[in-house]
Ligand binder design. Structure first.
Ligand code: SF4
Length: 203
């Protein structure tokens, strides 16, 4: 039976970003990422992570999901490095909707209910690997490299109903917020996404 390197599981909480911001959920955070973005705000180090099988993960998420929202945000690190059919099926069988947050370097190896892709080509050109494949939502973190042409390029590359621009909150904030608002006003297919969990100071 496969085992997965899990950094943390927590909840109940709220999804903080994108089209499902504000929805109650629990979080599954895998350890490890294949990128190293300079402004990364996530601790995905293997140190402190634990190896669990799908049954362990489902049991813990069910414990955490005390209000039975049955939505799990699957993130990392980079979740596609470990996501597979046995875990996807175990979560589905337990009644969870799976919302994955990926950097777009790999397609998920097993189905998810919602796929958020957040490429980081300013650091890693391989982050555009899913170009041309439909994604549930595209979320671009706006730092000082992102401009209107960047957003137009994403629209051309990624077919999606949902485009979100989100200010980088670890570099040049609040200038990144002003830049993001201006970008969204200039390109109305895009919506502003804020990291609600940071603003509300919830996990
Ligand atoms: S892809 Fe995401 S988790 Fe990985 S280093 Fe970049 S910001 Fe951090």
């Amino acid at each position: 039976m496969p085992r997965y390197l899990v950094k943390e599981m927590f909840g109940p909480t709220l999804q903080g970003e994108g089209a499902h911001a504000g929805r109650p959920c629990v979080f599954l955070r895998f350890a490890a990422c294949n990128l190293a973005c300079t402004w990364c705000d996530t601790d995905f180090a293997a140190e402190g992570a634990v190896k669990l099988d799908a049954a362990d993960i489902v049991a813990r998420l069910l414990e955490l999901d005390v209000h039975q929202a049955r939505m799990v945000v699957v993130t990392g690190g980079e979740p596609t490095l470990q996501w597979d059919a046995p875990l996807a099926e175990a979560l589905r069988a337990a009644g969870f909707r799976t919302h994955m947050e990926s950097n777009g370097t790999h397609a998920p190896a097993a189905p998810v209910d919602w796929l958020t892709v957040s490429p980081k080509p300013q650091f890693h050109t391989g982050s555009l690997a899913l170009v041309g494949q439909p994604v549930s939502e595209l979320k671009v973190v706006v730092d000082d490299t992102v401009d209107e042409a960047t957003l137009a390029g994403y629209e051309a590359r990624y077919p999606s109903e949902h485009y979100f621009a989100q200010p980088c909150m670890t570099a040049a904030y609040p200038a990144s917020l002003a830049r993001t608002i201006a970008l969204v006003q200039a390109r109305p297919r895009w919506r502003l996404s804020l990291q609600l969990h940071k603003i509300l100071e919830i996990p």
